[in-house]
Design a protein around this ligand. Structure first.
Ligand SMILES: Nc1nc2c(ncn2[C@@H]2O[C@H](COP(=O)(O)OP(=O)(O)OP(=O)(O)O)[C@@H](O)[C@H]2O)c(=O)[nH]1
Length: 545
Protein backbone atom coordinates (compact mmCIF):
# COMPACT_ATOMS: atom_id res chain seq x y z
CA UNK A 1 0.00 0.00 0.00
CA UNK A 2 1.54 3.32 -0.97
CA UNK A 3 0.32 5.31 2.06
CA UNK A 4 -1.97 4.82 5.03
CA UNK A 5 -4.47 7.48 3.91
CA UNK A 6 -5.54 7.85 0.29
CA UNK A 7 -4.09 11.21 -0.66
CA UNK A 8 -3.16 11.30 -4.29
CA UNK A 9 -4.83 10.10 -7.47
CA UNK A 10 -2.59 7.03 -7.54
CA UNK A 11 -3.40 6.19 -3.92
CA UNK A 12 -7.13 6.54 -4.50
CA UNK A 13 -6.94 4.43 -7.63
CA UNK A 14 -4.92 1.82 -5.74
CA UNK A 15 -7.57 1.68 -2.99
CA UNK A 16 -10.30 1.34 -5.61
CA UNK A 17 -8.53 -1.52 -7.39
CA UNK A 18 -7.73 -3.26 -4.12
CA UNK A 19 -11.38 -3.09 -3.01
CA UNK A 20 -12.48 -4.39 -6.38
CA UNK A 21 -10.05 -7.33 -6.14
CA UNK A 22 -11.35 -8.17 -2.67
CA UNK A 23 -14.91 -8.11 -3.96
CA UNK A 24 -14.10 -10.26 -6.99
CA UNK A 25 -12.45 -12.82 -4.68
CA UNK A 26 -15.29 -13.00 -2.07
CA UNK A 27 -18.35 -11.48 -3.77
CA UNK A 28 -19.92 -10.00 -0.63
CA UNK A 29 -22.38 -7.05 -0.67
CA UNK A 30 -20.46 -5.02 1.96
CA UNK A 31 -17.29 -5.37 -0.11
CA UNK A 32 -19.13 -4.04 -3.14
CA UNK A 33 -20.28 -1.03 -1.08
CA UNK A 34 -16.67 -0.36 -0.06
CA UNK A 35 -15.71 -0.48 -3.74
CA UNK A 36 -18.56 1.89 -4.71
CA UNK A 37 -17.48 4.35 -1.99
CA UNK A 38 -13.92 4.30 -3.39
CA UNK A 39 -15.22 5.03 -6.91
CA UNK A 40 -17.30 7.92 -5.61
CA UNK A 41 -14.35 9.33 -3.70
CA UNK A 42 -12.16 9.21 -6.82
CA UNK A 43 -14.89 10.88 -8.94
CA UNK A 44 -15.12 13.69 -6.42
CA UNK A 45 -11.39 14.11 -6.35
CA UNK A 46 -11.25 14.46 -10.15
CA UNK A 47 -14.11 16.93 -9.93
CA UNK A 48 -12.19 19.05 -7.45
CA UNK A 49 -9.13 18.94 -9.68
CA UNK A 50 -11.38 19.87 -12.61
CA UNK A 51 -10.23 17.07 -14.88
CA UNK A 52 -13.34 16.70 -17.04
CA UNK A 53 -12.28 13.65 -19.04
CA UNK A 54 -11.39 11.65 -15.93
CA UNK A 55 -14.55 12.84 -14.16
CA UNK A 56 -16.59 11.50 -17.06
CA UNK A 57 -14.90 8.09 -17.01
CA UNK A 58 -15.16 7.83 -13.25
CA UNK A 59 -18.80 8.88 -13.16
CA UNK A 60 -19.54 6.23 -15.79
CA UNK A 61 -17.96 3.63 -13.51
CA UNK A 62 -19.82 5.04 -10.49
CA UNK A 63 -23.16 4.82 -12.29
CA UNK A 64 -22.44 1.26 -13.39
CA UNK A 65 -21.52 0.34 -9.80
CA UNK A 66 -24.63 1.98 -8.32
CA UNK A 67 -26.74 0.18 -10.92
CA UNK A 68 -25.38 -3.13 -9.62
CA UNK A 69 -25.50 -2.16 -5.93
CA UNK A 70 -28.73 -4.05 -5.12
CA UNK A 71 -28.69 -5.77 -1.73
CA UNK A 72 -27.28 -8.85 0.00
CA UNK A 73 -29.25 -11.18 -2.23
CA UNK A 74 -27.93 -9.79 -5.52
CA UNK A 75 -24.26 -10.54 -4.75
CA UNK A 76 -21.98 -11.81 -6.12
CA UNK A 77 -23.01 -10.14 -9.38
CA UNK A 78 -23.03 -12.08 -12.66
CA UNK A 79 -19.65 -12.85 -14.32
CA UNK A 80 -20.47 -10.68 -17.36
CA UNK A 81 -21.11 -7.71 -15.01
CA UNK A 82 -17.80 -8.35 -13.26
CA UNK A 83 -16.12 -8.39 -16.65
CA UNK A 84 -17.79 -5.16 -17.76
CA UNK A 85 -16.88 -3.30 -14.53
CA UNK A 86 -13.35 -4.70 -14.75
CA UNK A 87 -13.02 -3.22 -18.24
CA UNK A 88 -14.25 0.18 -17.05
CA UNK A 89 -11.72 0.13 -14.20
CA UNK A 90 -8.92 -0.71 -16.64
CA UNK A 91 -9.94 2.10 -18.99
CA UNK A 92 -9.97 4.53 -16.06
CA UNK A 93 -6.57 3.34 -14.82
CA UNK A 94 -5.10 3.74 -18.31
CA UNK A 95 -6.52 7.26 -18.58
CA UNK A 96 -5.01 8.19 -15.21
CA UNK A 97 -1.60 6.88 -16.27
CA UNK A 98 -1.83 8.80 -19.53
CA UNK A 99 -2.80 12.07 -17.79
CA UNK A 100 -0.13 11.56 -15.18
CA UNK A 101 2.58 11.28 -17.78
CA UNK A 102 1.59 14.81 -18.81
CA UNK A 103 2.11 16.13 -15.30
CA UNK A 104 -1.60 16.62 -14.62
CA UNK A 105 -1.80 14.23 -11.75
CA UNK A 106 1.11 15.01 -9.54
CA UNK A 107 1.00 13.82 -5.96
CA UNK A 108 -0.67 16.33 -3.71
CA UNK A 109 -1.03 15.47 -0.05
CA UNK A 110 -4.61 16.43 0.70
CA UNK A 111 -3.98 17.33 4.30
CA UNK A 112 -1.84 20.27 3.23
CA UNK A 113 -3.71 21.08 0.04
CA UNK A 114 -7.15 22.62 0.43
CA UNK A 115 -9.28 22.55 -2.73
CA UNK A 116 -8.86 26.28 -3.24
CA UNK A 117 -5.06 25.95 -3.35
CA UNK A 118 -4.71 23.32 -6.02
CA UNK A 119 -4.52 25.74 -8.95
CA UNK A 120 -0.89 24.95 -9.49
CA UNK A 121 -1.62 21.47 -10.71
CA UNK A 122 -4.23 22.60 -13.20
CA UNK A 123 -2.91 22.63 -16.74
CA UNK A 124 -3.31 26.14 -18.08
CA UNK A 125 -2.46 25.36 -21.65
CA UNK A 126 -4.87 25.18 -24.57
CA UNK A 127 -4.24 23.49 -27.90
CA UNK A 128 -5.80 25.05 -30.93
CA UNK A 129 -6.27 22.81 -33.96
CA UNK A 130 -6.81 25.16 -36.87
CA UNK A 131 -6.21 25.52 -40.59
CA UNK A 132 -4.94 28.58 -42.51
CA UNK A 133 -8.52 29.59 -43.49
CA UNK A 134 -9.35 30.67 -39.93
CA UNK A 135 -6.13 32.56 -39.21
CA UNK A 136 -7.74 35.82 -38.03
CA UNK A 137 -10.10 34.18 -35.62
CA UNK A 138 -7.36 31.93 -34.24
CA UNK A 139 -5.06 34.92 -33.66
CA UNK A 140 -7.77 36.87 -31.82
CA UNK A 141 -8.64 33.88 -29.65
CA UNK A 142 -4.98 33.28 -28.90
CA UNK A 143 -4.45 36.87 -27.75
CA UNK A 144 -7.55 36.74 -25.61
CA UNK A 145 -6.58 33.46 -23.96
CA UNK A 146 -3.05 34.71 -23.39
CA UNK A 147 -4.44 37.77 -21.67
CA UNK A 148 -6.05 35.48 -19.09
CA UNK A 149 -2.82 33.59 -18.57
CA UNK A 150 -3.29 30.54 -20.84
CA UNK A 151 -0.50 29.13 -22.94
CA UNK A 152 -1.79 28.47 -26.45
CA UNK A 153 -0.16 25.83 -28.70
CA UNK A 154 -1.32 25.79 -32.29
CA UNK A 155 -1.56 22.60 -34.35
CA UNK A 156 -2.58 21.99 -37.94
CA UNK A 157 -5.38 19.53 -38.73
CA UNK A 158 -2.87 17.25 -40.46
CA UNK A 159 -0.36 17.13 -37.60
CA UNK A 160 0.11 13.75 -35.98
CA UNK A 161 2.73 14.31 -33.28
CA UNK A 162 1.97 16.27 -30.15
CA UNK A 163 4.92 16.79 -27.88
CA UNK A 164 3.63 19.33 -25.39
CA UNK A 165 2.12 18.60 -21.99
CA UNK A 166 -1.50 17.58 -22.11
CA UNK A 167 -3.72 20.67 -22.18
CA UNK A 168 -6.69 21.82 -20.15
CA UNK A 169 -8.70 22.10 -23.35
CA UNK A 170 -8.37 21.52 -27.08
CA UNK A 171 -10.19 23.89 -29.45
CA UNK A 172 -10.98 22.54 -32.89
CA UNK A 173 -11.62 25.19 -35.53
CA UNK A 174 -12.67 23.47 -38.77
CA UNK A 175 -12.27 24.96 -42.21
CA UNK A 176 -15.98 24.50 -42.98
CA UNK A 177 -19.00 23.99 -40.79
CA UNK A 178 -19.11 20.21 -40.82
CA UNK A 179 -16.13 18.04 -39.97
CA UNK A 180 -14.67 15.84 -42.69
CA UNK A 181 -13.93 12.18 -41.98
CA UNK A 182 -10.21 13.02 -41.66
CA UNK A 183 -11.06 15.70 -39.12
CA UNK A 184 -13.25 13.26 -37.15
CA UNK A 185 -10.36 10.79 -37.12
CA UNK A 186 -7.98 13.50 -35.87
CA UNK A 187 -10.40 14.42 -33.06
CA UNK A 188 -10.67 10.75 -32.02
CA UNK A 189 -6.87 10.46 -31.97
CA UNK A 190 -6.52 13.54 -29.76
CA UNK A 191 -9.33 12.27 -27.50
CA UNK A 192 -7.38 9.05 -26.99
CA UNK A 193 -4.20 10.99 -26.29
CA UNK A 194 -5.78 13.54 -23.92
CA UNK A 195 -8.44 11.73 -21.87
CA UNK A 196 -8.54 14.43 -19.18
CA UNK A 197 -8.86 17.43 -21.47
CA UNK A 198 -12.02 19.24 -22.47
CA UNK A 199 -12.49 19.03 -26.27
CA UNK A 200 -14.36 21.97 -27.78
CA UNK A 201 -15.48 22.17 -31.40
CA UNK A 202 -16.23 25.60 -32.86
CA UNK A 203 -18.77 26.20 -35.58
CA UNK A 204 -20.95 23.16 -35.79
CA UNK A 205 -24.17 23.19 -37.78
CA UNK A 206 -27.26 23.21 -35.50
CA UNK A 207 -28.43 19.71 -36.38
CA UNK A 208 -28.37 16.48 -34.41
CA UNK A 209 -26.40 14.25 -36.77
CA UNK A 210 -23.15 16.23 -37.05
CA UNK A 211 -23.16 16.94 -33.30
CA UNK A 212 -23.63 13.24 -32.46
CA UNK A 213 -20.76 12.34 -34.84
CA UNK A 214 -18.49 14.83 -33.07
CA UNK A 215 -19.50 13.58 -29.63
CA UNK A 216 -18.83 10.00 -30.68
CA UNK A 217 -15.36 11.08 -31.74
CA UNK A 218 -14.84 12.50 -28.23
CA UNK A 219 -15.90 16.16 -28.37
CA UNK A 220 -17.28 17.43 -25.04
CA UNK A 221 -18.74 20.76 -26.14
CA UNK A 222 -19.89 21.91 -29.56
CA UNK A 223 -20.41 25.60 -30.21
CA UNK A 224 -22.79 26.57 -33.02
CA UNK A 225 -21.40 28.64 -35.86
CA UNK A 226 -23.45 31.71 -35.01
CA UNK A 227 -22.26 31.87 -31.37
CA UNK A 228 -18.57 31.58 -31.97
CA UNK A 229 -16.12 32.77 -30.92
CA UNK A 230 -17.66 34.63 -27.99
CA UNK A 231 -18.53 31.34 -26.29
CA UNK A 232 -15.04 29.89 -26.42
CA UNK A 233 -13.54 31.96 -23.65
CA UNK A 234 -16.61 31.29 -21.50
CA UNK A 235 -16.13 27.53 -21.91
CA UNK A 236 -12.47 27.65 -21.03
CA UNK A 237 -12.79 30.10 -18.17
CA UNK A 238 -15.55 27.89 -16.74
CA UNK A 239 -13.01 25.08 -16.55
CA UNK A 240 -10.67 27.04 -14.30
CA UNK A 241 -13.28 28.94 -12.36
CA UNK A 242 -13.12 27.87 -8.75
CA UNK A 243 -16.71 27.25 -7.87
CA UNK A 244 -17.87 27.40 -4.29
CA UNK A 245 -15.87 24.57 -2.73
CA UNK A 246 -17.15 24.99 0.79
CA UNK A 247 -17.57 21.68 2.57
CA UNK A 248 -21.11 20.32 2.79
CA UNK A 249 -22.58 20.70 6.28
CA UNK A 250 -25.15 18.34 7.74
CA UNK A 251 -26.94 18.77 11.06
CA UNK A 252 -27.83 15.38 12.55
CA UNK A 253 -30.80 15.42 14.93
CA UNK A 254 -30.66 12.00 16.56
CA UNK A 255 -30.89 10.71 20.11
CA UNK A 256 -29.07 7.40 19.59
CA UNK A 257 -25.32 7.75 20.07
CA UNK A 258 -24.64 4.64 18.01
CA UNK A 259 -26.70 5.96 15.09
CA UNK A 260 -24.91 9.34 15.32
CA UNK A 261 -21.50 7.64 15.23
CA UNK A 262 -22.47 5.57 12.16
CA UNK A 263 -23.94 8.52 10.30
CA UNK A 264 -20.97 10.75 11.07
CA UNK A 265 -18.50 8.09 9.96
CA UNK A 266 -20.34 7.48 6.69
CA UNK A 267 -20.64 11.16 5.82
CA UNK A 268 -17.04 11.88 6.86
CA UNK A 269 -15.89 9.23 4.37
CA UNK A 270 -17.50 11.39 1.70
CA UNK A 271 -15.88 14.59 2.96
CA UNK A 272 -19.11 15.90 4.50
CA UNK A 273 -18.92 17.85 7.76
CA UNK A 274 -21.49 17.02 10.46
CA UNK A 275 -22.71 18.40 13.75
CA UNK A 276 -25.02 16.32 15.95
CA UNK A 277 -27.62 17.25 18.56
CA UNK A 278 -29.57 14.70 20.59
CA UNK A 279 -32.46 16.96 21.56
CA UNK A 280 -34.72 18.64 18.95
CA UNK A 281 -35.27 21.41 21.52
CA UNK A 282 -31.79 22.65 20.63
CA UNK A 283 -32.57 22.71 16.91
CA UNK A 284 -32.99 26.47 16.37
CA UNK A 285 -29.77 27.35 18.21
CA UNK A 286 -27.86 24.70 16.24
CA UNK A 287 -29.25 25.95 12.92
CA UNK A 288 -28.32 29.50 13.79
CA UNK A 289 -24.75 28.72 14.83
CA UNK A 290 -23.87 25.81 12.50
CA UNK A 291 -25.75 26.96 9.37
CA UNK A 292 -26.15 23.51 7.79
CA UNK A 293 -27.03 22.76 4.16
CA UNK A 294 -29.24 19.86 5.23
CA UNK A 295 -30.86 18.37 8.35
CA UNK A 296 -30.87 14.62 8.88
CA UNK A 297 -33.79 14.07 11.21
CA UNK A 298 -34.68 11.09 13.36
CA UNK A 299 -38.45 10.49 13.67
CA UNK A 300 -38.83 9.50 17.31
CA UNK A 301 -37.01 11.44 20.01
CA UNK A 302 -37.81 12.54 23.57
CA UNK A 303 -39.88 15.73 24.17
CA UNK A 304 -41.15 16.10 20.58
CA UNK A 305 -40.65 14.15 17.41
CA UNK A 306 -38.88 14.89 14.14
CA UNK A 307 -42.08 15.58 12.22
CA UNK A 308 -43.14 18.24 14.76
CA UNK A 309 -39.70 19.82 14.61
CA UNK A 310 -39.87 19.88 10.80
CA UNK A 311 -43.30 21.52 10.83
CA UNK A 312 -41.93 24.30 13.05
CA UNK A 313 -39.01 24.91 10.67
CA UNK A 314 -41.28 25.03 7.63
CA UNK A 315 -43.14 27.95 9.21
CA UNK A 316 -39.97 30.02 9.47
CA UNK A 317 -38.95 31.86 6.30
CA UNK A 318 -35.23 31.26 6.90
CA UNK A 319 -35.67 27.47 6.93
CA UNK A 320 -38.64 26.97 4.63
CA UNK A 321 -36.50 25.48 1.86
CA UNK A 322 -33.70 23.89 3.90
CA UNK A 323 -33.51 20.20 2.88
CA UNK A 324 -34.75 17.87 5.62
CA UNK A 325 -34.21 14.13 5.23
CA UNK A 326 -35.75 11.68 7.71
CA UNK A 327 -33.61 8.79 8.77
CA UNK A 328 -35.75 6.47 10.79
CA UNK A 329 -36.66 2.88 11.58
CA UNK A 330 -40.32 3.71 10.89
CA UNK A 331 -41.34 1.09 8.36
CA UNK A 332 -45.01 1.91 8.03
CA UNK A 333 -45.54 3.52 4.65
CA UNK A 334 -48.53 5.58 5.82
CA UNK A 335 -46.40 7.23 8.53
CA UNK A 336 -43.61 7.89 6.04
CA UNK A 337 -45.98 9.57 3.60
CA UNK A 338 -47.44 11.70 6.40
CA UNK A 339 -43.94 12.75 7.48
CA UNK A 340 -43.16 13.87 3.91
CA UNK A 341 -46.50 15.67 3.60
CA UNK A 342 -45.67 17.68 6.72
CA UNK A 343 -42.46 19.10 5.33
CA UNK A 344 -39.74 16.45 4.92
CA UNK A 345 -37.96 16.11 1.57
CA UNK A 346 -37.05 12.43 1.67
CA UNK A 347 -37.38 9.37 3.85
CA UNK A 348 -34.53 6.90 4.37
CA UNK A 349 -34.86 3.72 6.38
CA UNK A 350 -32.59 2.57 9.20
CA UNK A 351 -30.36 0.58 9.02
CA UNK A 352 -29.22 2.78 6.19
CA UNK A 353 -27.23 1.93 3.10
CA UNK A 354 -24.11 4.14 3.38
CA UNK A 355 -23.77 4.71 -0.37
CA UNK A 356 -27.42 5.68 -0.68
CA UNK A 357 -27.26 7.97 2.38
CA UNK A 358 -24.23 9.83 1.02
CA UNK A 359 -25.73 10.04 -2.48
CA UNK A 360 -29.06 11.43 -1.19
CA UNK A 361 -27.36 13.94 1.10
CA UNK A 362 -25.03 15.17 -1.64
CA UNK A 363 -27.69 15.45 -4.32
CA UNK A 364 -30.06 17.33 -2.03
CA UNK A 365 -27.32 19.71 -0.93
CA UNK A 366 -26.14 20.33 -4.49
CA UNK A 367 -29.67 21.27 -5.56
CA UNK A 368 -30.17 23.45 -2.50
CA UNK A 369 -26.90 25.29 -3.15
CA UNK A 370 -27.69 25.66 -6.82
CA UNK A 371 -31.02 27.34 -6.00
CA UNK A 372 -29.39 29.55 -3.38
CA UNK A 373 -26.66 30.49 -5.86
CA UNK A 374 -29.14 31.31 -8.60
CA UNK A 375 -30.98 33.74 -6.37
CA UNK A 376 -27.79 35.56 -5.34
CA UNK A 377 -25.54 35.33 -8.36
CA UNK A 378 -25.75 36.75 -11.84
CA UNK A 379 -26.01 34.00 -14.43
CA UNK A 380 -23.74 35.56 -17.04
CA UNK A 381 -20.79 36.49 -14.85
CA UNK A 382 -21.16 34.50 -11.62
CA UNK A 383 -20.84 37.78 -9.71
CA UNK A 384 -23.34 38.97 -7.07
CA UNK A 385 -26.50 40.25 -8.74
CA UNK A 386 -27.96 43.72 -8.11
CA UNK A 387 -29.94 42.79 -4.98
CA UNK A 388 -27.19 40.68 -3.42
CA UNK A 389 -24.52 43.34 -4.16
CA UNK A 390 -26.64 46.04 -2.53
CA UNK A 391 -27.24 43.99 0.60
CA UNK A 392 -23.54 42.98 0.82
CA UNK A 393 -22.56 46.64 0.63
CA UNK A 394 -25.02 47.48 3.39
CA UNK A 395 -23.54 44.69 5.52
CA UNK A 396 -20.00 46.00 4.92
CA UNK A 397 -21.00 49.51 5.99
CA UNK A 398 -22.78 48.10 9.08
CA UNK A 399 -19.70 46.10 10.00
CA UNK A 400 -17.61 49.26 10.02
CA UNK A 401 -20.27 51.13 11.99
CA UNK A 402 -20.41 48.32 14.56
CA UNK A 403 -16.66 48.14 14.89
CA UNK A 404 -16.51 51.93 15.41
CA UNK A 405 -19.24 51.67 18.07
CA UNK A 406 -17.40 48.94 19.97
CA UNK A 407 -14.02 50.57 19.29
CA UNK A 408 -12.68 47.19 18.24
CA UNK A 409 -8.91 47.48 17.96
CA UNK A 410 -8.75 45.31 14.87
CA UNK A 411 -11.25 47.26 12.83
CA UNK A 412 -10.99 50.79 14.24
CA UNK A 413 -10.43 53.42 11.59
CA UNK A 414 -11.45 51.02 8.82
CA UNK A 415 -12.09 52.53 5.44
CA UNK A 416 -14.28 51.39 2.60
CA UNK A 417 -14.15 52.59 -0.98
CA UNK A 418 -16.85 51.99 -3.54
CA UNK A 419 -16.52 52.13 -7.33
CA UNK A 420 -19.20 52.14 -10.00
CA UNK A 421 -17.91 50.90 -13.34
CA UNK A 422 -19.72 51.18 -16.66
CA UNK A 423 -18.53 49.92 -20.06
CA UNK A 424 -18.32 52.74 -22.59
CA UNK A 425 -20.47 52.86 -25.73
CA UNK A 426 -21.75 49.40 -24.98
CA UNK A 427 -24.85 49.83 -27.12
CA UNK A 428 -22.59 50.37 -30.13
CA UNK A 429 -20.71 47.12 -29.34
CA UNK A 430 -23.99 45.20 -29.27
CA UNK A 431 -25.23 46.89 -32.41
CA UNK A 432 -22.01 46.29 -34.34
CA UNK A 433 -21.00 42.80 -33.22
CA UNK A 434 -24.19 41.29 -31.79
CA UNK A 435 -25.32 40.43 -28.27
CA UNK A 436 -23.17 37.27 -27.77
CA UNK A 437 -20.03 39.34 -28.35
CA UNK A 438 -21.46 42.05 -26.03
CA UNK A 439 -21.98 39.38 -23.38
CA UNK A 440 -18.41 38.24 -23.82
CA UNK A 441 -17.15 41.79 -23.22
CA UNK A 442 -19.16 41.87 -19.97
CA UNK A 443 -17.74 38.50 -18.95
CA UNK A 444 -14.23 39.59 -19.85
CA UNK A 445 -14.51 42.55 -17.49
CA UNK A 446 -16.01 40.35 -14.78
CA UNK A 447 -13.03 37.99 -15.09
CA UNK A 448 -10.53 40.78 -15.00
CA UNK A 449 -12.13 42.19 -11.84
CA UNK A 450 -12.20 38.75 -10.20
CA UNK A 451 -8.60 38.17 -11.15
CA UNK A 452 -7.34 41.52 -9.89
CA UNK A 453 -9.34 42.13 -6.73
CA UNK A 454 -9.09 40.29 -3.41
CA UNK A 455 -11.49 37.62 -2.20
CA UNK A 456 -12.77 39.98 0.53
CA UNK A 457 -13.73 42.64 -2.04
CA UNK A 458 -17.31 42.90 -3.19
CA UNK A 459 -17.82 42.63 -6.94
CA UNK A 460 -21.38 42.81 -8.23
CA UNK A 461 -23.05 43.13 -11.60
CA UNK A 462 -25.22 46.11 -10.78
CA UNK A 463 -26.95 46.55 -14.13
CA UNK A 464 -26.48 45.40 -17.75
CA UNK A 465 -22.92 46.71 -18.28
CA UNK A 466 -22.52 48.32 -14.86
CA UNK A 467 -20.54 46.87 -11.95
CA UNK A 468 -20.42 47.74 -8.25
CA UNK A 469 -17.12 47.25 -6.43
CA UNK A 470 -16.46 47.73 -2.71
CA UNK A 471 -12.95 47.55 -1.29
CA UNK A 472 -12.93 47.17 2.51
CA UNK A 473 -9.95 48.70 4.33
CA UNK A 474 -8.86 50.63 1.24
CA UNK A 475 -8.75 54.45 1.12
CA UNK A 476 -9.65 56.54 -1.94
CA UNK A 477 -6.08 57.12 -3.22
CA UNK A 478 -5.22 53.44 -3.32
CA UNK A 479 -8.64 52.53 -4.73
CA UNK A 480 -8.27 55.06 -7.54
CA UNK A 481 -4.87 53.59 -8.41
CA UNK A 482 -6.20 50.01 -8.39
CA UNK A 483 -9.29 50.77 -10.49
CA UNK A 484 -7.30 52.91 -12.89
CA UNK A 485 -4.83 50.06 -13.43
CA UNK A 486 -7.72 47.72 -14.21
CA UNK A 487 -9.14 50.37 -16.56
CA UNK A 488 -5.87 50.52 -18.48
CA UNK A 489 -5.58 46.75 -18.70
CA UNK A 490 -9.20 46.32 -19.76
CA UNK A 491 -8.67 48.72 -22.65
CA UNK A 492 -5.91 46.37 -23.88
CA UNK A 493 -7.95 43.19 -23.50
CA UNK A 494 -8.84 41.76 -26.92
CA UNK A 495 -12.37 40.40 -27.27
CA UNK A 496 -12.55 37.85 -30.04
CA UNK A 497 -15.16 38.37 -32.75
CA UNK A 498 -15.50 36.59 -36.09
CA UNK A 499 -13.26 39.02 -38.01
CA UNK A 500 -10.57 39.44 -35.35
CA UNK A 501 -10.54 41.33 -32.06
CA UNK A 502 -12.39 44.32 -30.65
CA UNK A 503 -11.33 46.50 -27.73
CA UNK A 504 -13.58 48.16 -25.19
CA UNK A 505 -13.10 50.68 -22.38
CA UNK A 506 -14.90 51.58 -19.17
CA UNK A 507 -15.47 54.65 -17.02
CA UNK A 508 -15.55 54.57 -13.23
CA UNK A 509 -16.76 56.75 -10.37
CA UNK A 510 -15.36 56.35 -6.86
CA UNK A 511 -16.64 57.35 -3.41
CA UNK A 512 -15.45 56.42 0.05
CA UNK A 513 -16.46 55.88 3.63
CA UNK A 514 -16.35 57.75 6.02
CA UNK A 515 -16.94 60.74 3.68
CA UNK A 516 -20.25 59.08 2.77
CA UNK A 517 -21.50 57.19 5.80
CA UNK A 518 -24.36 55.11 4.40
CA UNK A 519 -24.47 52.50 1.66
CA UNK A 520 -27.02 54.44 -0.40
CA UNK A 521 -25.01 57.67 -0.13
CA UNK A 522 -21.86 55.82 -1.22
CA UNK A 523 -23.42 54.36 -4.37
CA UNK A 524 -25.09 57.68 -5.17
CA UNK A 525 -21.79 59.56 -4.88
CA UNK A 526 -19.98 56.92 -6.95
CA UNK A 527 -22.74 57.11 -9.57
CA UNK A 528 -22.38 60.90 -9.72
CA UNK A 529 -18.62 60.54 -10.23
CA UNK A 530 -19.24 57.95 -12.96
CA UNK A 531 -21.51 60.37 -14.78
CA UNK A 532 -18.77 62.98 -14.54
CA UNK A 533 -16.25 60.49 -16.02
CA UNK A 534 -18.61 59.88 -18.94
CA UNK A 535 -19.08 63.64 -19.46
CA UNK A 536 -15.33 64.19 -19.44
CA UNK A 537 -14.83 61.84 -22.35
CA UNK A 538 -15.06 58.24 -20.93
CA UNK A 539 -12.25 55.71 -20.35
CA UNK A 540 -11.32 57.44 -17.08
CA UNK A 541 -11.78 57.28 -13.29
CA UNK A 542 -13.32 60.16 -11.29
CA UNK A 543 -13.57 60.64 -7.53
CA UNK A 544 -16.84 61.86 -6.02
CA UNK A 545 -16.00 62.25 -2.32
N1 LIG B 1 -25.03 42.08 -24.70
C1 LIG B 1 -25.67 42.56 -23.64
N2 LIG B 1 -26.13 43.83 -23.68
C2 LIG B 1 -26.76 44.33 -22.61
C3 LIG B 1 -26.96 43.55 -21.44
N3 LIG B 1 -27.61 44.33 -20.55
C4 LIG B 1 -27.80 45.53 -21.11
N4 LIG B 1 -27.30 45.57 -22.36
C5 LIG B 1 -27.29 46.66 -23.33
O1 LIG B 1 -26.34 47.62 -22.89
C6 LIG B 1 -26.63 48.86 -23.56
C7 LIG B 1 -26.35 50.01 -22.64
O2 LIG B 1 -26.35 51.15 -23.41
P1 LIG B 1 -26.46 52.63 -22.85
O3 LIG B 1 -26.95 52.60 -21.42
O4 LIG B 1 -27.23 53.44 -23.84
O5 LIG B 1 -25.02 53.18 -22.75
P2 LIG B 1 -23.69 52.94 -23.61
O6 LIG B 1 -23.96 52.64 -25.03
O7 LIG B 1 -22.83 51.98 -22.86
O8 LIG B 1 -23.03 54.37 -23.57
P3 LIG B 1 -22.28 55.09 -22.38
O9 LIG B 1 -22.57 54.36 -21.11
O10 LIG B 1 -22.84 56.46 -22.38
O11 LIG B 1 -20.83 55.05 -22.72
C8 LIG B 1 -28.10 48.75 -24.00
O12 LIG B 1 -28.14 48.70 -25.40
C9 LIG B 1 -28.58 47.42 -23.42
O13 LIG B 1 -29.47 46.75 -24.28
C10 LIG B 1 -26.47 42.20 -21.45
O14 LIG B 1 -26.60 41.45 -20.49
N5 LIG B 1 -25.84 41.77 -22.56
Amino acid sequence: MPQSSPNSIEDRLYVLQKRWDVYVADGRFEQFIEFAVAVNSLAEYFNRLRLPGLVRLCEGLENAALFKLGDNSSHPIAPQDVFSLQRQIETLAAAVVSSKSSGVARRTPESTTPASDIDWIKPRSVWMVVGPEKRDMADALTRQLQFFGFKVCEHGWDEEEYVEDKPLAVLFIPAQENASSEEIARIAAIRAECPASQLIYLGVESAIEPIVALMRAGIDVTIPAEDQPAMVLNCILDLVQTKEQEQYRVLVVEDSRVAVALIQRTLAQHGIDTHAINDPGKLLDALESYKPDLVLMDMYMPRFNGVEATRVLRQMAAYSSLPIVYLSGESEVGMQVEALRLGGDQFLMKPFNPVLLAAVVKTRIERFREVRRSTRLDGLTGLFNHTAAKSRLKALVNEIDDSAATESEALRGNELTVAMIDIDHFKAINDTYGHPVGDQVIRGLAWLLKGRLRSIDLIGRYGGEEFLIALPGVGPDKAIAVIDRIRRDFSGLPHAQPDGALYATFSAGIASYPAMSAAAALTEAADGALLQAKRLGRNRVEYGG
